[in-house]
Structures are given as structure tokens and as C-alpha cells.
Design a protein around this ligand. Sequence first.
Ligand code: HAM
Length: 443
Amino acid sequence: MSQPLFRTPKGTHDVLPDDNLYMTYIKKAVRHRARQAGYRRIDPPLFENRAIFDRGIGEHTDIVEKELYLVSSKQQSDEEPAFALRPEFTAGICRSYIENGMQQLPQPVQLYSIGPCFRHDRPQKGRYRQFHQFDFELIGLSDAGLDAQLIQVIDKVFQDLRIKDRLTLQINNIGSGDNRKAFAQALQDHFIGKERHFPDLDRSRLHTNPMRLLDSKEEDTQILLKNAPQLSQFLDDDSRKYHALVLEYLDALGIASTENLSLVRGLDYYNQTVFEYWDASTGAQNAVGGGGHYDGLIELLGGKPTPGMGAACGMERIIWHMKEAGVRAPDKDQVDVFVAQLGPEAKKTCLTLIADLREMGVHTVGALGEASLKSQMRLADKFQSRWTLLLGKMEVKEGTIILRDMAAGKQKQIPFRDTLKTIKKLIGEKNLDTYTLKDQMSE
Ligand code: HAM
């Protein structure tokens, strides 16, 4: 193979047809579970005013500090870019909630989305610069029962995709904004004069975002934290009670969880419940999903104080787990019939035959180039079609067509006029892929 002149940018990839089978299947499961639980679909734009992410996700988070893709147009080239590609859905959906007056709707407003997100991450396995998330948000009401229900919806999706047993649900409560502020201050006070013991990145985090020290991967940091104040000591009574209720409700729903006091999440907007789905065998690396409460976010973005919570999962990571688990997404692209032809008359006849087969719901591919019958048959093999229809000059003259069962390697001649009827019988009426808008549109 010659070297391609262009390749996908680093950290991005084509979602090729085989992986799209998985994507489609995941989307189906998400749509199904979302509808069951009263979530409606929203699609915020791929790029937003960057201040939404700066404010919402937090200026001192990795996502905003290092990973935003800034967007500007040629007209704006001298100015600081005003927009950024969305690194996630939550901030954009909250902006939309405010902008579209959704506080007037019955609360909570439940929304879901599916699509690509962008982060200038260091590319490695399971970590890309363009990746896909599905995302659930529940805005306008706070109740521990809703936390448990949100987690259950995601659990159901994982069950549908048959990867639930490969994941563990890690859960924590990080308290109110005030609790966190007090804890951050206590951490900074505790480490005054000891900053030099921290690895570089964590030393700067101690000043900008001390909470993030808790889920640091650095062994030295974890040792230093052992004797430092603990977040749980700073939680107020309401947070403790809320957390106990969430755990109780999860239990009532039969959802196993692991309490993880180090779990804080990488985005600043969280308070109270936070959770992540980890690979049961490798742990924190490459979480498959995560979420939590963000009761201050809507206000931060200019709305009235409104509670919210949500979660998002990475679809590439899910596909990886499905493949590891040996789950194969159903192949709806299977070719049923390959139509081979020879001669100008046959070609013309085949054009309408192919159209009629397709219209009847048969996945049909035809070789309309000038290739020999032999090479067309090789092509039929490659497409792995179940049957091949062959129309040569002779058959056109006789009003017949050859029907070949590819797996059995047997063929017979049938009257041309019986072609559609015969194929329909072979495939079975209920297996035909007819495209109909089953639901009636209202006037
Ligand atoms: P997040 O933990 O940043 O949360 O991302 C959610 C999931 O997206 C991750 O668990 C992971 O599976 C996937 N993901 C993130 N970055 C990458 C990447 N570079 N490559 C591949 N997959 C990735 C959020 O985005 C929050 N908005 C979740 C949320 C919704 N919280 C409340 N509502």
C-alpha cells in the first residue's frame, strides 16, 4: 500500500463501518433507556462561547487549562478566540436551560445528548482528542432518590451492552461549596512550608485546586495526604445525610457501589454526590463514565440558583469493553443479494431489478461496471452476500435468471418474473428491511 498523503489529525480517528455497528447499538440502548426514564434529546452546538467552559468547568482544571480547542474565524484572526469546541456537554446544556427559559417547564428537566467532544489530551489507548460521549442531565430538582435513579439508568445501559460486570461504581460525597472551601484552606494550611515535598504538578495544584490532590496518581502525594486533614471531616450534616440516603436507595435498587473517599472528579462544578465507573480489573485508569451534582453551575452561568446533576460515558471506551467481553454488535449491514449481469440489455434490466429488490427491503448490491462474470462472482464472495442473481445475454433472451445460494454453492434457473417473489420467500417477509415511518405524523 502506498503512503497516504493525508492522515487523521493526531488523537482522532475515523469511526469505520465495523465500529459504527457498535456506535449504533450503543445509541439505541441509550435512546431506549432515556425514553423509559423521561429524558428528551438535546443537541447543543459543537462550539460554544469559551467563557461557558472557563466558568463552568473551572479555570484551573486540566480541561480548561490545557485541553480546550479554541475556535476563531478568519475575520477574528487578530483577536483572542471567543469560542471553544465543546470538551463535554454539561456546561452547554446548562447554558441552553437558561437561554431557553427551561425553568418555566415542569421540573426536573431531563435531557440527554450523544455526540463528539474535543479535548487536547495526550493521545493514548482510550484517550483521544475527538471522542464520543452520551450524556444525561437532570436539572431543577434535588433529591437523593433522583441520584439513585440517574445511576440506575446508566447501569441499565451497561447491562444492555453486557459490560456491567466489568465495571465498578465508585461513589463519594464531596459536600457543599462551603465545605470544599474550608477543606481546601485546611489542606493549604497543613502543607505550608512543606510544598517542596510535592511533585511539580501537585505543588501547583496545592495553590490552584487543592481538591485535585486527592485523586493524584503520584505516590508521594498520596503518602503526604495520609496525615493531612480529610475531606470527610469537613462535610456538613446535610451532606452526610444526603449521602447515606443515596447509598440506601442504591441498595434498594440492587445497585452495588464502592465508597471511595478519594474520588473528587476533574471538573470544578461538582458538589455533593460524585461517581465514576471504573474498569473492575485496572481501576481508575480510563474511567468509562462519571458524573455528579452541580448545584452551583446554573447560577455561575447567569441563571437563578438551580440544582442539577448528570453523568456522561465515553463511547470509545465502552466499545473497547464490549469487544474485550466478546460482545458483537448486530450486523445490520449484511448484504442479502448480489446482482451480477453481462451485456447492455441485462444491465438495463438489472438496474430496475436492483431498485425493486431494495424497495422490497432486500439489502442489494450490484456490479454495474464492465467486469467479467467471473470477477463479479468473486466480488459477490467478498461482499459475503447470501444469494447471487445472475443475468447474462442468454437469460435475458429466455426470460430467466440464475439464482445462486452462495453458502451451499448451488444454483438454479428460475423465471425472471418470479425473482422478487422467490427472494422474498428465501429471506422471510419479517426479515425484510423496509423503511417506513411507522408513527403517524400529526397535522
Ligand atoms: P468526564 O469524566 O470528564 O465527565 O468525562 C466522561 C467520560 O468521557 C469519561 O469517563 C470517559 O469515558 C470519556 N472521556 C473523557 N475524556 C476522554 C478522552 N480524551 N478520550 C476518550 N474518552 C474520554 C464529563 O464530561 C462530565 N460532563 C460528566 C457529567 C455530566 N457530569 C455531570 N453531568
